[in-house]
Design a protein around this ligand. Structure first.
Ligand code: TYM
Length: 335
């Protein structure tokens, strides 16, 4: 009886990705890989967060194309819309409505402490107010769906802590409303580093083409970039991210592609050359079927849009009653 009841408890997973720039290996290994697994064990919702892209000016045609292409890539990676929900953020208006309410729940000082805001606003010529309030929109994305777990890379941990704080603050002010979610960060490849400068994170918005492996890169380029990855000169293969960031990054990437622990892999190599060659081969074999499936999905943009609209309907079915409850808690009209 006890275990029967336990099996009825559904874990809800939610995560999102911005349609800004091409998807890189860090997105895939740090987050998307987990999404694909999660959809088979949890009630999972995945979102192309187009509103989050608007914190910097966007060319409308580019954003429209990038949103569709990102959805196609998620399908190619293995997100299955028959077992999970895949939709575009701006198709479900409740995200922006809850975002305002969470902006009013967050303290100015709390948002100012966000390291991503500091990184992105330093040296920027124009800093939008949206860049500052971005984490409130992210919290809205998550809290609308009674989310238990948020599979993300390491760089999103601080935003998840804020989301938890906002949920708890709202619940204590207005009564239990939101599930307090937690980040689920993979044990390896939670922070894939740039191949040309392994002290900085691989990023789709950085201008480091040689250090960034794009999921849709030509596979010969992938091999070349990994074989030329910057390592240190002492030629000892050891998993030690702070002392040996370049070698450890390669071991983490190889680990994520093969399932073997980085420390175990390290024992198999005495030189960097074979490690680089095997890592390049593993990544190429990981990407090859994704690229093949992507080419198929890319031929059918209207089919993709139908999947996304159906996903938005499923998402709205959860978001609308949650927003109704929030409005009621706050004393806003609900009739
Ligand atoms: P975004 O679009 O920058 O990245 C998508 C996911 O990829 C992970 N990631 C990495 N993981 C490992 N190594 C890397 N080098 C690397 N680079 C990126 C990110 O951690 C993320 O999981 N704010 C979010 C999008 C978002 C969101 C949400 C996420 C909006 N609303 C709600 C979860 C839940 C972002 O900018 O991700």
């Amino acid at each position: 009886m006890g275990s029967g009841l336990a099996s009825l408890v559904v874990t809800r997973v939610f995560s999102g990705i911005k349609p800004t720039g091409p998807v890189q290996l860090g997105n895939l290994l740090g987050a998307l890989r987990t999404w694909v697994d999660d959809q088979h064990r949890a009630d999972s919702t995945f979102c192309v967060v187009d509103l989050h892209a608007l914190t910097v000016p966007q060319d409308p045609a580019v954003l429209r194309a990038a949103t569709t292409e990102l959805a196609q890539l998620l399908l190619a990676v293995g997100i299955d819309p028959t077992v999970s929900t895949l939709f575009v953020q701006s198709d479900v208006r409740e995200h922006t409505e809850l975002s305002w309410i969470l902006e009013c729940t967050a303290a100015f000082g709390e948002l100012r402490r966000m390291t991503q805001f500091k990184d992105k606003s330093t040296d920027a010529t124009f800093v939008s107010a949206g860049l500052f309030t971005y984490p409130a929109l992210m919290a809205a994305d998550i809290l609308l769906y009674d989310t238990d777990e948020v599979p993300v890379g390491d760089d999103q941990r601080q935003h998840l802590e804020l989301t938890r704080d906002l949920a708890e603050r709202f619940n204590s002010r207005y009564g239990p409303t939101f599930v307090v979610p937690k980040a689920t960060v993979p044990t390896v490849a939670a922070r894939v580093m740039d191949l040309a400068d392994p002290t900085r994170k691989m990023s789709k918005s950085e201008d480091s083409p040689q250090g960034t492996v794009l999921v849709l890169d030509d596979l010969d380029d992938v091999t070349r970039k990994i074989r030329r990855a910057v390592t240190d000169t002492d030629n000892e293969v050891r998993f030690d991210p702070s002392a040996k960031p370049g070698v450890s990054n390669l071991l983490a990437i190889l680990s994520a592609c093969t399932g073997d622990a980085p420390e175990t892999l390290a024992d198999r190599y005495t030189q960097y050359g074979p490690l680089k060659a095997d890592t390049a081969d593993a990544v190429v074999e990981y990407l090859r079927p994704i690229q093949q499936r992507y080419a198929e999905f890319a031929e059918d943009p209207s089919g993709t849009r139908s999947i996304l609209l159906a996903g938005a309907d499923k998402a709205r079915a959860l978001a609308e009653p949650k927003m109704h409850q929030v409005r009621s808690r706050l004393g806003l009209p609900t009739d």
